[in-house]
Design a protein around this ligand. Structure first.
Ligand code: NAP
Length: 255
């Protein structure tokens, strides 16, 4: 993880769950981190926690469904740290879970604004800076839902499929510019999102025993690993954390 020392990163959706764990993990490896999410109190408190343990961090409230908010986070990172090496497009929602016939068109559209447009906005704001630097890594937090169909999850499956497509398109345009764009499909993770899924009672994912969910620091450690040169060969596709082989590569399982 020596590669990470001195780098600067933005993590969206850093107020809790996978994003909060990722911000702490990256800061622990010497990365200067900007935490972005709507819950300002939560990101301020996590920033203090990182600083209190010797890390470098700052925060900016941001709704990823607004381009100006996302662009302001990128500007803030450049002003605070003078560079942007890593963007983790993590912010995402699954609520409201509903079958198509019962779904609310406005709520469905809002999920597109956050899960899909939010990732595009991150790419749009960060890639020109990374291009000028001649280096950078973007990690788009994906899901098995990107390539599967689940009852009540049409908004989530469609937006995660769109994110995978964005990962592929960005890779196509950035591959020769020293920039890697890769997805991370974490499997099921013990966060508030899985609580909402369980409460819905719809589809087999809601029936899973919570004990099978991995802790949020596993995908966080996978993000850190994906930012290193050990993962240089991974770009333009989703890296799934489900197979044992992946978990071994990341160092989550010992031999
Ligand atoms: P979570 O605990 O519910 O956290 C979601 C994060 O996204 C929060 O920090 C939330 O912050 C942020 N967020 C939501 N809407 C936002 C907006 N409009 N603007 C900025 N930030 C926003 O869920 P999680 O499990 O950590 O999910 C993180 C990512 O992992 C998501 O992309 C999700 O789809 C993906 N994922 C999760 C699982 C799983 O099993 N948990 C599996 C596969 C993929 P605020 O509310 O403060 O804005």
């Amino acid at each position: 993880m020596q590669d990470l020392l001195g780098k600067a990163a933005i993590v969206t959706g850093a107020s809790r769950g996978i994003g909060a764990a990722t911000a702490k993990e990256l800061a622990g490896h010497g990365v200067s981190v900007i935490l972005a999410a709507r819950d300002k109190a939560a990101i301020a408190s996590l920033t203090k926690e990182i600083r209190d343990t010797g890390g470098t961090a700052d925060y900016l409230a941001c709704d990823v469904s607004r381009y100006d908010d996302v662009a302001a986070v990128v500007t803030h990172c450049m002003e605070a740290f003078g560079r942007l090496d890593i963007l983790v497009n993590n912010a995402g929602v699954i609520d409201p879970i509903a079958r198509l016939t019962e779904s609310d068109p406005q709520e469905w559209s809002k999920v597109v604004d956050i899960n899909l447009k939010g990732v595009y906005y991150g790419l749009r704001a960060a890639l020109p800076i990374m291009e000028a630097q001649g280096a950078g890594v973007v990690i788009n937090i994906s899901s098995g839902a990107a390539s599967s169909a689940l009852e009540g999850w049409s908004h989530y499956c469609a937006t995660k499929a769109g994110v995978l497509s964005l990962t592929r398109c960005a890779h196509e345009e950035m591959r020769d510019k020293g920039i890697r764009v890769v997805g991370l499909s974490p499997g099921t993770v013990a966060t508030d999102m899985q609580v909402a899924i369980k409460d819905s009672g719809l589809n087999p994912v809601s029936q899973l025993d919570p004990k099978v969910h991995i802790p949020a620091d596993w995908p966080a450690r996978a993000v850190a690993w994906l930012c290193t040169t050990a993962a240089d060969h991974l770009s333009g596709e989703d890296f799934s954390l489900r197979p044992e082989e992946s978990r071994r590569l990341v160092g989550l399982l010992s031999d």
